[in-house]
Ligand binder design. Structure first.
Ligand SMILES: Cc1cc2nc3c(=O)[nH]c(=O)nc-3n(C[C@H](O)[C@H](O)[C@H](O)COP(=O)(O)OP(=O)(O)OC[C@H]3O[C@@H](n4cnc5c(N)ncnc54)[C@H](O)[C@@H]3O)c2cc1C
Length: 814
């Protein structure tokens, strides 16, 4: 073995398809010293046994872009490197055996227009003509994607490695990284049996080994291996390399031509986690025993779908391990716990078809220090610390694997590893009929079942069983008062004599306000993109309470911590667990609260966007007058041990004021009616406050400026290219979820970023960006005939720049 270098710019740990692709892309970007270290041989982990499917349709624009790039890369890789890849563009067909699945497929075909990917809805005759081996008797139809294909995972990896070497990267096999080295805050290199290598950046691409390797340096990469099965059948008549890949989601199976044989793979609903006690040190091109009985039901269905298999011999039954994650999305990006430590792992059985795109975005991320596009859905910062817990992972990944092919019901909730994070009043809310959903480990009431109704979901693409109950909650908020448990809010306390200057530089709004003021603000990156969307309350001259979404607890905390200069006198503490939050929202919230507290709750004494401590029952709680539903209301920040008492006080008087409990589904409908933006859906690090219509929260002229100011000034000067609008369907029947295409005068101009039913406005509502025409300004963009496409049908819609509900804020500032 050649001597290991003593230093490198970037060290990549792991020589599966992901590590090879990152090496390839870094080398192509011109990184001079990139080293890839593989403990055994390239592809010897999971990659060697990938079935080889290369599909492109994903649930979001950027994920689809990544997958499309992967296909394009693979198409030209053989010509570039001289290494055969087995890539073939044979197309793919996905079939539906029930109406709901067909609606899902049709919705995804509509969505694909936004992604500029050709996806055709096909009837049964067309399916049978394209795939003559299929039994189409019980099929309703499907979709055909002509540009999908398959490839050989080992050859693709070798080609990527060859392309990386050709551009200067060095690859060392049989070289295990024993430890990642760091100085307490950032990475400094790696340690191997052949000596230490100092490095500026380290990328963990260790597949199913990644969780433990990352944990050894305090980095959280929640993933766990599961058994993953396929069977190879001997050739049958009519089997041809040009047959499309066939996916039968309802039977959890896929079919692929494989070197003269037919490969039948499965994503069964309940998977078997594997490797709980660690993975053998000498694991190398290994198979695992698996359980034929576990796989057999899938095979029985396969024999019905492809009847010719009934007379074909099964040549091989295969089981191999692959890592799965709690939300079936992979982990990319710089670890929040350790600077310059990057992660690309947890590929959930789509590693081959994702590797090209991952290599591209990871190499740019490593070069620039930020993601090239919004990648929040796969960003490693979305993970909560508890998700590294083994018991949690074991239970959850048994569900994750099957979700790849399960119907992607709107509002679908996880069924495993539930009850992880509970509000202090959880049991009271259960008693009140709460149907809890799970978000980032938190159990949160999504809707409340009336007496006699089971708090359970009955999923569909139409109006689900909770629709009318949630509508009643919505009306309670608009007409009387309702209680939301928002304890899952992430809460940070920033204090110290430099707190105001540090925070004001991070915030686009001016948070240098008198104590007791509450400010809605965004945190921007240097490109003007929105990194966070939150409220800041000044508690005293040198202390602030920052409240943000549960989803971004780790990300926002890390963003703020990294923007505190080393010499600044200020410290941030995560106080999420210290406080629960009860929100009282609605026109009668003042009356209700006033009946419980000696504090003066009048508008004059307690104006909008102020916050103060009040007595409530035996507790002192922080009441903040703010709203995410567009009505008069207060968020009450209650020390955790006082939550039950405060809740009981409120519940005891509630009836007199028409108090109802309300859940997150009602919250979502209320906030979209008021056109309140939701970070991760409507605003991301790719969108600026000006495009999002949040310019009112940007204080360009405040002393000291703020991060992102120059970019926003440039954008203001050059004019906007797109603008966020609110939409209301004129037909009250169809429902919007997200990603539906937006048409203007017959042109595709954007897509819905979040949607719900607006019970006050009387139809489905949504928010979405629209591209401006040449020379057009924001005010003109609402003109024209707007239509939103739902499952192939275009529905006329009204568009508005201002909130359709209470545009003058009369209901809030009273
Ligand atoms: C049966 C099956 C079928 C599949 N079919 C498909 C498919 O059709 N399409 C698709 O897209 N995906 C498919 N996949 C998934 C795909 O194979 C994986 O997602 C992908 O191979 C993961 O690549 P990776 O590089 O993350 O992991 P790996 O291939 O496991 O690579 C990680 C590497 O890191 C090395 N390593 C770990 N720790 C260290 C260390 N400390 N030092 C040095 N090296 C280390 C390991 O030895 C390993 O080689 C399938 C998976 C299975 C199991």
């Amino acid at each position: 073995m050649a001597d290991l270098p003593k230093q490198a710019h970037v060290v990549i740990i792991g020589g599966g398809v992901i590590g090879c692709s990152i090496a390839y892309h870094l080398a192509h970007l011109g990184f001079a010293d990139v080293i890839l270290l593989e403990r055994q041989q390239l592809t010897s982990g999971t990659t060697w046994h990938a079935a080889g499917l290369v599909g492109q349709l994903r649930t979001s624009i950027n994920m689809t872009k990544l997958a499309r790039y992967t296909s394009e890369l693979y198409r030209g890789l053989e010509a570039e490197t001289g290494q055969a890849t087995g890539y073939r563009q044979c197309g793919s067909i996905s079939v539906a055996t029930n109406e709901e699945r067909f609606e899902e497929l049709k919705r995804s075909a509509s969505m694909a227009k936004v992604f500029d990917l050709e996806v055709n809805v096909v009837d049964v005759d067309d399916i049978v003509a394209r795939y003559p081996l299929v039994n189409g008797n019980d099929l309703l139809g499907g979709i055909h994607i002509p540009s999908d294909g398959y490839a050989n995972a080992v050859d693709i990896s070798q080609a990527l490695a060859k392309g990386a070497r050709a551009n200067g990267a060095q690859i060392f096999q049989n070289t295990k990284v024993n430890a990642i080295l760091h100085d307490g805050s950032k990475v400094t290199g790696v340690s191997t049996p052949g000596g230490d290598i100092s490095a500026e950046k380290v990328v963990i691409c260790g597949g199913m080994w990644s969780r433990d390797l990352a944990a050894s340096v305090g980095v959280n990469v929640p993933l766990h291996a599961c058994e993953h099965y396929y069977a190879l059948f001997e050739s049958v008549e009519g089997l041809d390399p040009s047959l499309p890949v066939l996916r039968d989601y309802d039977a959890c199976t896929y079919y692929k031509y494989d070197a003269g044989k037919l490969l039948v793979g499965a994503f069964e609903p309940s998977a078997r986690p594997w490797g709980m006690d660690g993975i053998a040190e000498d694991f190398c091109f290994d198979e695992i025993a698996g359980d034929f009985e576990h796989f057999e039901p899938v095979l029985q269905d396969a024999l019905q779908r492809i009847p010719a298999l009934q007379n074909a011999g099964m040549q091989k039954f295969f089981c191999g391990p692959e890592s799965f994650t709690p939300d079936v999305r992979y982990h990319l990006g710089e670890a929040p716990e350790l600077q310059n430590c990057y992660v690309a792992a947890g590929l959930n059985s789509i590693g081959l078809q994702s590797a090209g795109g991952i290599g591209k975005v990871m190499s740019e991320w490593i070069r620039d220090g930020h993601a090239p596009v919004d990648l929040w859905e796969v960003d490693v910062r979305r993970n909560m610390p508890f998700q590294g817990n083994r018991k949690y992972l074991r239970e959850r990944v048994s569900e994750s694997l099957g979700l790849l092919y399960a119907t992607h019901w709107p509002y679908r909730q996880y069924e495993t590893a539930r009850g992880v994070r509970k509000s202090a009043i959880h049991d009271r809310l259960v008693a009140a009929g709460a149907c809890h959903g799970e978000a980032f480990g938190w159990e949160r009431p999504n809707w409340y079942a009336p007496a006699g109704v089971a708090p359970q979901y009955d999923y569909s693409y139409g109006r689900q069983n909770w629709f009318e109950y949630s509508a009643a909650e919505h009306r309670a908020v608009r007409e009387n008062v309702a209680l939301f448990d928002q304890s899952s809010f992430a809460k940070f306390r920033l204090e110290g004599r430099d707190a105001v200057s540090v925070l004001n530089r991070v915030c686009a709004n001016d948070i240098d306000q008198p104590p007791g003021r509450l400010v809605y603000t965004q945190w921007l990156n240097t490109r003007g993109g929105i990194e966070a969307d939150l409220t800041v309350t000044r508690l005293s001259d040198d202390a602030f309470l920052i409240v943000t979404a549960a989803e971004t607890e780790v990300r926002d905390f890390s963003w703020l911590r990294r923007h505190i200069p080393l010499d600044a006198h200020c410290v941030v503490t995560n106080v999420t667990s210290a406080m629960g939050v009860i929100s009282l929202m609605g026109p009668r919230s003042r009356e209700l609260l006033q009946s419980l507290t000696p504090a003066d709750m009048s508008h004059a004494a307690f104006p909008f966007a102020t916050s103060r401590e009040i007595e409530l029952g035996y507790a002192i709680v922080r009441a903040s007058r703010i709203t995410f539903v567009g009505e008069l209301g207060w968020e009450l920040y209650v020390p955790t041990e006082f939550m039950l008492g405060v809740y009981d006080e409120i519940a005891a008087v509630g009836k007199a004021f028409g108090l109802e409990h309300a859940g997150y589904h009602a919250l979502n409908s209320l906030r979209i009616e008021k056109a309140y933006r939701h970070w991760s859906h409507d605003i991301t690090d790719e969108d600026t406050p000006l495009e999002a219509g949040l310019g009112f929260a940007v204080k360009f002229d405040k002393p000291g400026g703020f991060i992102g100011r120059n970019a926003l000034l440039r954008q203001r000067e050059n004019g906007l290219r797109r603008q966020l609008l609110q939409f209301l369907l004129r037909n009250p029947e169809p429902l919007l979820y997200h990603n539906e295409p937006v048409w203007r005068d017959g042109d595709l101009v954007g897509h819905i970023t979040s949607g719900a039913y607006g019970h006050s406005l009387g139809g489905a509502i949504g928010l979405g960006y629209v591209h401006l025409r040449e020379g057009e300004n924001s005010a003109d963009v609402v003109s024209g005939d707007y239509e939103i496409e739902v499952a192939g049908a275009r529905i006329a819609a009204d568009a508005s720049l201002r909130p359709m509900y209470d545009p003058d804020n009369a209901r809030i500032r009273c």
